[in-house]
Design a protein around this ligand. Structure first.
Ligand code: HH2
Length: 403
């Protein structure tokens, strides 16, 4: 099970509520700029059905002016603290590692970074085992809407997010990707990204979409900010159908209804074949990948000496790749096996560990996060132990099949 799913405690898709503690945000700016008001609003948003409350202290609307670290901390920290104390799941919308760190210290679990998660931010996230939202933006908020330009907007956004995902993997950080609707994008760029959201979904990470009340909806409908709810819902219904996992929105109750109806309609498509195949009732064939004996040199063992000196470790895995009657003869119907092996090796060697159990668990999470795999089972063994105990095979298995 991914850490995100574990944190939220129920299957997606989920609603993330926007809570801007700013004087100048494009939609709710100035509404909740005192702590009491913001906390009260946060409670309402959670009550209305938001799985995550995204607290922000710096507007990113086109033309917005930057805010100092001190001011941003003063705005968000008391609100994060109070909402966490109430038991709500909080994400902090910031691109400053200092603000992220203080918020994570206060109990936030996600950092939503519109600047794409710098290495410094990834270090903070790794330290707290927190999840990062990595968003694409062309340019910076002050000037991003001045003539944005792409040769191939979908390809460029995908390549950027894929690069950041790889980087985050090296830090062992779980990432949610976001095309950054309205961030250095024209109306046509936004529409093209939404039309081809499946391309981002194929990266294997959860996908977040933030379209709520944005100006491109105003361009399409001729409506001012307060009149853009219907446009937002239409857009988010489309995004859900394309596989979006998180909708970042201002209007929670309406989106909770959207999710209920969407969930009922898509039940058999999302879970039907998989569940029924498992229970033996369904007919959808399952495609399984099995890789044995991936050999790595890893720093692993309870004695310190084993964590200092690398030794051979043997890793194997089995996972469900697809559930469909007919798989087209295309790579995007399955996974790139070389990339799977590369990821296993990268995770196995990224840091010293005491236990094979932890290694198997880390590899399982990384595989589930990076690729569209289900029922992942990872096995890890150390030939040195087998020799020492004079046994044929000793392996630790981590399975997500019963998650
Ligand atoms: N959009 C906004 C802010 N943060 N984060 C992610 N991940 N994705 C988005 O699309 C996104 C975001 C802009 O909306 P809002 O927070 O309502 O306004 P402002 O930036 O003016 O505070």
């Amino acid at each position: 099970m991914s850490r995100l799913r574990e944190l939220i405690g129920k299957p997606g898709p989920w609603v993330m509520a926007v809570l801007n503690v700013t004087p100048d945000s494009f939609s709710d700016g100035g509404h909740w700029s005192d702590v009491e008001g913001a906390v009260e609003r946060g409670r309402e948003l959670a009550e209305a059905g938001a799985a995550i409350i995204d607290v922000g202290g710096e507007s990113s609307r086109p033309g917005a002016q930057p805010v100092s670290t001190r001011d941003e901390l003063e705005r968000v920290l008391p609100v994060v603290e109070r909402l966490v104390a109430d038991g709500h799941r909080v994400s902090v919308d910031t691109c400053k590692p200092e603000v992220a760190k203080a918020s994570l210290d206060a109990g936030a679990v996600i950092v939503n970074d519109i600047t794409g998660l710098s290495d410094e931010m990834l270090e903070v996230l790794a330290q707290y085992r927190a999840i990062g939202v990595c968003m694409h933006m062309q340019g910076e908020p002050r000037t991003m809407q001045v003539d944005p330009h792409y040769e191939d907007v979908v390809g460029e956004v995908r390549d950027y997010l894929e690069g950041r995902l790889r980087r985050a993997n090296r830090f062992g950080v779980e990432v949610i990707v976001d095309p950054g609707i309205g961030f250095g994008k024209s109306l046509e760029h936004n529409l093209e990204l939404l039309r081809r959201l499946d391309t981002l979904k194929a990266l294997g990470a959860p996908v977040l979409v933030g379209v709520s009340r944005k100006s491109f909806l105003g361009r399409l409908t001729g409506r001012e900010i307060e009149g853009r709810l219907a446009g937002t819902l239409a857009c988010n219904a489309w995004a859900l159908a394309a596989g979006a996992d998180i909708l970042r929105v201002h209007d929670i109750a309406e989106h909770r209804d959207l999710l209920s109806v969407f969930g009922a309609l898509s039940e058999s498509r999302r879970t039907g074949p998989r569940e029924s195949a498992r229970s033996g009732r369904g007919l959808a064939p399952v495609l399984v990948i099995e890789i044995e004996n991936i050999e790595v040199q890893a720093h692993i063992g309870v004695p310190q000496s084993e964590r200092v000196r690398a030794q051979p470790v043997r890793i194997g895995l089995v996972a469900e790749v697809a559930r469909s009657r007919n798989v087209e003869d295309r790579l995007d119907e399955t996974v790139d096996y070389a990339a799977v092996v590369e990821l296993v090796r990268a995770v196995a060697t990224e840091r010293p560990r005491q236990l094979l159990e932890t290694l198997a668990q880390d590899i399982t999470s990384a595989l589930e996060q990076r690729f569209a795999l289900d029922n992942v089972e990872v096995r890890a063994g150390k030939p040195a132990i087998e020799r020492q105990l004079r046994v044929g095979r000793l392996e630790v298995r981590r399975s997500s099949a019963l998650d």
